[in-house]
Design a protein around this ligand. Structure first.
Ligand code: PSU
Ligand code: MN
Length: 302
């Protein structure tokens, strides 16, 4: 088996203490340096403060590392190129011993192999705008229907087609639960105008829903937490930046896995870094809630 655990994660697993998985694509491709390092450590600290153990996941030296060290995180934050690892890339990246950063799909898959059930991230991938002809649908959505992990996120960015993303999640049988909200949050913005099928008000009910989901033999779940008010951005200028990025991507023939990082980078530059600060804030916020949900789940299991 290619799994390698940090001592901290290994003992937490052994003692059945709450663990929260963290992805690494947000470090290598989602945020610029040094914001990526700051976000990675803020998330880990937030999870520890809540009484859970963080497990940042990545691919190094032909191993799936569960619980990266600061040095390993630093490599992912600074070295280039880093392979973006979704389900399709896992075996190739391991066998060729390339440096790899796991996406939401890749992280869910590895977390589940390791026996970890809770995962905090920023935004999940989704159905891209124009998917009716490009068929560009993130593998994150399929993974949610296959793998029993609860993903806490701030919804999805409006770089995606949010209506089609919700439709696709419904088709795949993935519950999307608004954390104290009826609306799908749109990452940098608290509201998207899209109604969610379910809402949860208490940490305990989220833990109960997760347990019931898994007892039924069902797989992934999404819990969406809106970005905290003070970091929430204005929707219109963002939308303009995204439209501009999409036109540039088309002109430069950017496709496939490169699309999401390309748009994120453009939006960060156009908003003068405001989007980067918002991104860091929502990542930490999601880490806090994921830790609370994980703690409630393990506490109530006795
Ligand atoms: N959305 C973000 N930031 C990110 C990503 C998505 O706001 O960093 C990353 C996540 O790792 C996600 C991946 O799983 O992009 C989705 O990429 P794709 O659309 O190529 O599946
Ligand atoms: Mn894609």
């Amino acid at each position: 088996m290619s799994l390698a655990f940090s001592p901290e994660v290994e003992s937490a697993l052994h003692e059945q203490r709450p663990i929260v998985a963290l992805e690494s694509t947000v470090i290598s491709h989602g945020l610029p340096y040094p914001a990526n390092l700051e976000a990675a450590s803020a998330m880990q600290e937030a999870i520890r403060r809540e009484g859970a153990v963080p497990a940042t996941i990545g691919i190094l030296d032909g191993k799936i590392k569960i619980g990266l060290t600061d040095e390993e995180i630093s490599r992912l934050a600074t070295e280039k190129p880093v392979q973006k690892v979704s389900r399709r890339d896992l075996a190739v990246t391991l066998a060729t011993k390339r440096l790899g950063a796991t996406t939401v799909a890749g992280t869910m898959l590895c977390a589940s192999m390791a026996g970890i059930r809770f995962f905090a991230t920023g935004g999940i991938g989704g159905v891209h705008r124009g998917a009716t002809t490009s068929l560009d649908i993130s593998a994150d959505l399929m993974e949610l229907s296959r793998t029993p992990v609860l993903v806490v996120c701030a919804g999805a960015k409006s770089i995606l087609d949010l209506d089609l993303t919700l439709e696709y999640l419904e088709t795949q049988g993935v519950p999307v639960i608004g954390w104290q909200t009826d609306e799908l949050p749109a990452f940098y913005v608290r509201r998207s105008g899209r109604r969610l099928p379910h809402r949860a008000e208490s940490i305990e009910i989220v833990a109960d829903i997760a347990r019931t989901q898994w007892e039924c033999g069902l797989q992934g779940l999404v819990v969406t937490c809106p970005i905290p008010e003070q970091w929430s951005m204005e929707a219109e200028p963002l939308e303009a930046a995204i439209e501009e990025a999409l036109v540039l991507a088309r002109e430069q023939a950017v496709k496939g896995a490169a699309i999401t990082p390309f748009i994120l980078d453009h939006v960060a530059r156009v908003t003068g870094g405001e989007s980067v600060e918002a991104n860091k804030a929502l990542l930490e916020h999601n880490a806090i809630w994921a830790a609370r949900f994980a703690c409630a789940y393990y506490l109530s299991r006795g």
